[in-house]
Ligand binder design. Structure first.
Ligand code: FMN
Length: 209
């Protein structure tokens, strides 16, 4: 493009520079509970992560994101539920001991586990896919905030989350959707912040003539 505006003045005060935005988006990383330390994540930081989640875009302002926080001893409840539901819903021939163990230990390896779900609007005006998209945006906000704080974050989506049994355990409606567990913790001291790659966006883009 030529003759377009190349750089606009920030519309509000304290807007981060485009370089800062680039860095945050590109250096946000998935860091799994195995690489998290036992150090406590202060409640104020969890509140900040949730506050930023709450600013995700939302069609019709339905704000469909919901959070259930498991920290300290209550992490055991989540570990017990995830592994228990896995045992219940998995056919015997597909059951993997390794998966069961993972589900029963992951929540205890992170400092805070945030179960994120989509509350379906009563009048169902907004298509379900858009409500799921809005919650995904909220989780991205959480992850960006965690990265900016130097916290490890991991969006986990074991299949058990999508089962009716999960809704039952959570005591949510059958049309609500559990969309992930977002694990948060301080990275282990020895851990180098990971790097990642993406294939060029040009491969995924068409400018229509
Ligand atoms: C909807 C969604 C669900 C995900 N679920 C899992 C998961 O269950 N297990 C996992 O290892 N990673 C999961 N991830 C994280 C991806 O593995 C991760 O984003 C990818 O490896 C790229 O790494 P990065 O986040 O550091 O860029 C999920 C990501 C998304 C967007």
């Amino acid at each position: 493009m030529t003759n377009g505006r190349e750089a606009a003045r920030p519309p509000v005060a304290n807007m981060p520079s485009i370089e800062q935005v680039n860095t945050l988006i590109r250096e946000r990383r998935t860091i799994k509970p195995g690489d998290m330390s036992d150090d406590e994540v202060d409640r104020s930081l969890v509140d900040l992560i949730l506050e930023n989640a709450n600013w995700a875009p939302t069609h019709g302002l339905t704000e469909p994101w919901r959070f259930r926080i498991f920290a300290g001893e209550s992490r055991r409840q989540l570990a017990h539920a995830l592994s228990g539901i896995y045992t219940e819903v998995t056919p015997r021939e597909k059951f993997l001991e390794s998966k069961h163990k993972k589900l029963s230990t992951l929540p205890l390896k992170s400092n805070v586990a945030i179960l994120v779900w989509m509350k379906r609007q009563d009048i169902r005006k907004i298509p379900e896919i858009e409500e799921v998209e809005a919650v995904a945006c909220a989780i991205q906000n959480m992850h960006l905030t965690a990265s900016a704080l130097g916290l490890a974050g991991f969006w986990s989506s074991p299949e058990v989350l999508y089962t009716p049994r999960m809704n039952e355990w959570m005591e949510i409606e059958s049309e609500d959707r559990c969309l992930g567990v977002f694990y948060v913790g301080w990275p282990k001291e020895a851990l180098d912040w990971p790097t990642s790659t993406r294939r060029p966006v040009a491969e995924k883009t068409v400018w229509v003539e």
